[in-house]
Design a protein around this ligand. Structure first.
Ligand SMILES: [Fe+2]
Length: 278
């Protein structure tokens, strides 16, 4: 089912169709959030924000933290790819080091540590990886080098690409891809990123919202480079108390993020795609 046949592994897909049916949500795609949402999320300790694929986009990350601060959410997990593509790698790593309680390694983080891991990237991706490697501080390179491929947390497993083979960076872009993944985590939830396309997929592969008693694989989308033809930033919000999950989308200063890419001499394509959400 769905579209993965045309999606070349280890490359940036040119055309992506959303892999899973749209998750109905009262708040997704409607930021600023309605008052009821704020009421629901204020004053509880059981809310976790899950961010992925920031890709050196400081403008998107700052907007994300503004949203989380407004909601008083302090527990933040990061699924990797903090860097790559964008123009503000040190600023983004600094913020994640400061704010995220858990973080795993992404393939672009690995390429920034050792650029030989960028050999399968597209040309703009390779150029950005080499530039990122050059400009990252030794402290930030050390931080990225310290990140594990996978973590099992109280609220679920977190991994950049997939729980079956985290080091292989295979994409999960269809129900067929999702099915075998459930055998590779024992927690109720597994959060992933990597494809930059958000979805919720229940273990029955028929349920596309979070449901008590049903394990789920959740892609939180991308903070800094969404690819579902919606240029707004994307991240996940889990309420482990009420067992609800929201994919939050919000506009941010795309112009500023694009300018940082151009000013640092990175390929124009990396700036242009931000406006199109691809
Ligand atoms: Fe990524």
């Amino acid at each position: 089912m769905y579209f993965s046949t045309h999606l070349a592994r280890f490359s940036i897909p040119d055309v992506l169709v959303p892999p899973f049916p749209e998750t109905p949500s009262p708040v997704a795609n409607k930021f600023p959030l309605p008052p009821l949402f704020f009421f629901r999320y204020l004053g509880s300790d059981m809310k976790i924000a899950i961010l992925s694929d920031i890709h050196s986009n400081l403008e998107a990350l700052l907007k994300t933290f503004t949203i989380l601060d407004d909601l008083r959410i302090e527990e933040i997990y990061c699924l990797g790819d903090i860097v790559g593509y964008g123009g503000s790698p040190n600023e983004c790593v600094n913020l994640i080091r400061k704010r995220a309680s858990r973080c795993v390694l992404g393939n672009h983080d690995l390429a920034a540590i050792d650029t030989s891991h960028a050999s399968y990237f597209t040309k703009p991706g390779r150029i950005a990886a080499e530039w990122t490697h050059e400009v990252l501080t030794s402290q930030n390179l050390d931080y990225l080098s310290s990140l594990p491929y996978r973590l099992d947390t109280e609220f679920g497993t977190i991994v950049h690409a997939n729980p079956a083979r985290p080091e292989e960076w295979e994409y999960i872009v269809s129900l067929e891809d999702a099915e075998p993944q459930f055998a590779h985590f024992t927690t109720p939830l597994c959060f992933i990123g990597h494809s930059h396309i958000p979805f919720v997929c229940g273990e029955d592969r028929k349920t596309f919202v979070l449901k008590k008693g049903l394990r789920a694989l959740i892609n939180v989308g991308s903070v800094g480079q969404p690819r579902d033809h919606d240029p707004r930033l994307s991240f996940g919000l889990l309420d482990s108390d009420s067992w609800t999950y929201e994919n939050i989308r919000a506009e941010y200063d795309i112009r500023g993020a694009a300018q940082a890419i151009i000013e640092n001499g990175l390929p124009q394509f990396l700036a242009d795609r931000l406006f199109r959400g691809v």
